[in-house]
Design a protein around this ligand. Structure first.
Ligand code: XMP
Ligand code: MG
Length: 180
């Protein structure tokens, strides 16, 4: 892994595929243990979480379902502060054990706005499985039950995360190189 250019920005290696996989397997093992017999419903938030959701779900060995919604708030490397529901929820979550799967919590605004909509439908339980969290950027705290990594407040890409649509296919996670 070496420095990577995507459009006008340089990124440096941050997390290897092995490191990511280690945390994904650990989270899956915890969920397998905590949700035995509960048939949880995973709700993965597109686009960014598709790779994390896929790897996590493959490591779930209890009965479980998955569905997808699409929320968006980012443009380039900055949050627009406005959360748009591009594809909504088509599954009844009443009395279900729901696990939201999200790539990253940055300001926390996306989940802070979305979680009350889900609570309103009275799931049996509602928890978050999040790969990355930027605690220094978080303005809207959300309860992160299953967390992969706490990371510095720097833009990241790879493993499903993009810069202006590019970089989602990279198996590792890169961090924006500042001041070049
Ligand atoms: P908030 O601020 O609502 O942001 O917690 C969550 C959403 O913003 C995207 N996001 C990023 N995407 N690199 C990305 O590629 C980042 O560093 C980054 N930070 C936030 C992401 O879609 C997430 O769901
Ligand atoms: Mg996302």
């Amino acid at each position: 892994m070496s420095v990577l250019q995507v459009k006008d920005k340089l990124f440096e290696p941050y997390l290897t595929a092995e490191e990511i996989n280690g945390q994904v397997q650990r989270l899956a093992a915890e969920i397998n243990r905590d949700y035995e017999g509960k048939k949880p419903l995973f709700i993965a938030i597109l686009n960014g979480s598709f790779m994390f959701a896929s790897d996590l779900f493959k490591a779930i060995h209890i009965d479980a379902e998955i569905c997808f919604i699409k929320l968006a708030s980012y443009k380039g490397t900055k949050s627009t502060g406005q959360v748009i529901t591009a594809i909504g929820l088509d599954t009844d979550i009443h009395d279900r054990h729901v696990i939201i799967v999200e790539d990253i919590v940055d300001t926390g605004k996306t989940l802070h706005e979305f979680l009350p909509q889900l609570h309103h439908q009275q799931p049996a339980s509602l928890e978050l499985a999040v790969l990355l969290h930027k605690p220094d950027a978080t303005r809207f705290p959300v309860p992160l039950k299953y967390l992969g990594f706490s990371i510095p407040d720097k833009f990241v890409l790879g493993y499903g995360l993009d810069y202006d649509g590019l970089g989602r296919n990279i198996p590792e996670i890169y961090q924006l190189k500042e001041n070049h």
